[in-house]
Design a protein around this ligand. Structure first.
Ligand code: IMP
Ligand code: MG
Length: 173
């Protein structure tokens, strides 16, 4: 199956951008502790590498939502693994996602986290597809802005496949 994939962002470029993002975040938070909340499952790979490059106090938590079937967003977001209020309240939350597409997932998650009274909330995405927005949303930290392509790899899947590719690619027609 891998032979059908064209590389869009190679491993080296991806990893060096993640190091830059980690530095950018550290500059903003300094000595304050941050909580990286990884949006399962897609953002796991990105979150782990971002945290390993983060030279400061950080903890990890996870949340799981689902909204996507195949290539088409259903628009309905279901909370599958919630956060605990005690892990969010008065903390500096950074929501970490693999990709922002329509913006619905993040829009939902930011509201959800805000209800738990964090000290602050910011969003960090590996990839952004601004041309696909349905709801207004702008992430605070963006790895790469890409054109409207269905991408896979480095956590991103097509029906659960390809998540383990170390680069970002797209399926050749
Ligand atoms: P949104 O709610 O439309 O912004 O969609 C976000 C979710 O859709 C992401 O977390 C991904 O799981 C999925 N998604 C959007 N675009 C792609 C893509 O190009 N490849 C794989 N998954 C995608
Ligand atoms: Mg996702």
């Amino acid at each position: 199956m891998r032979d059908k994939i064209e590389v869009l962002i190679d491993e080296e470029k991806l990893q060096s951008r993640i190091k830059e993002l980690a530095k950018e975040i550290k500059n903003d938070y300094g000595d304050e502790e941050v909580v990286f909340v990884s949006v399962l499952k897609g953002a796991i790979f990105f979150t782990v590498d971002l945290m390993k490059d983060y030279d400061g106090d950080a903890i990890i938590d996870v949340v799981r939502v689902s909204s996507y079937v195949g290539e088409n967003s259903t628009g309905i977001i279901e909370l599958k693994v919630p956060l605990k209020e005690e892990n969010v309240k008065d903390k500096n939350i950074i929501l970490v996602e693999d990709i922002v597409d329509t913006g619905r997932t993040f829009n939902y998650l930011v509201d959800y986290v805000k209800q738990m009274n964090p000290k602050s909330i910011k969003t960090c995405v590996m990839l952004d597809k601004p041309s696909r927005r349905v709801v207004d949303f702008k992430a605070d930290y963006v790895g790469f802005s890409i054109e409207d392509l269905f991408v896979v790899g480095y956590g991103l899947d097509y029906d659960e496949n390809y998540r383990n590719l170390p680069y970002i690619g797209y399926i050749k027609n």
